[in-house]
Design a protein around this ligand. Sequence first.
Ligand SMILES: [Fe+2]
Ligand SMILES: [Fe+2]
Length: 261
Amino acid sequence: MRVLFIGDIVGHGGRKAVQALSPVLQEEYGCDFCIANGENMAGGNGMTKPLLAEFTPEQVDVFTNGDHTWDQREFPGQIDALTNVLRPANFHASQPGRGWGVFTARNGVKVGVINLIGRVFIKLNTESPFDLADKAIEEISQETPVIFVDFHGEATSEKIALGHYLDGRVTAVIGTHTHVPTGDSRILPKGTAFQCDAGMVGSRDSVLGRDTAAVIENFRTGMPMRFGVCDDHVTLCGLVVTFDSETGRATEIQRVMRDFS
Ligand SMILES: [Fe+2]
Ligand SMILES: [Fe+2]
């Protein structure tokens, strides 16, 4: 069985690219399920119910989140009713939404998805992603051995450590957040697919999806700037994981990059 995993969707251009390309890629690679990180879909900052409603289940089955989860003021009041949306599991338990779930793929296989966020170079008050992963796996394993983890983190060390910690217990540990796809895709010794970062769906002529000129000016002068989203020349970055749906162990991980505009 195969699953398509798509990195951070940035703004309008990112949404349009995923809506057009995800069904094409899923058909091409023979995928039955798609997970996408949506934390930047609303003008770069968070997500909203109306924007999520633009997507059909054929395009994306489950949306994960990150440090931008609560950027849109109305979203905390919306997330509990959105059954296909996760927020990091290691946010405090009192926060709205849920951090993991079990979903049904088009071929009938149950797919567990866990969303976690790192604690290195991300200034948020969160709990241990390692401990929350244990808790989520314990619960999901009662239903299915197929488990995908989106680990939204900045530090490669933290991501690799979690990959090894979960090796043999989940199907894949895939990083998001840096918006840059890494070249370290591999199957870990006990059968978990791993890649430090899936990349983004955003402009390849930008700085992480934002207007280049504003980001350069901020770095050059230190003057606070408004970073608008750049929609020119959008590329979709993600990966396809092949696995045994009986055991949940991965056999192949392939990087996917497709130009949209
Ligand atoms: Fe992001
Ligand atoms: Fe992020």
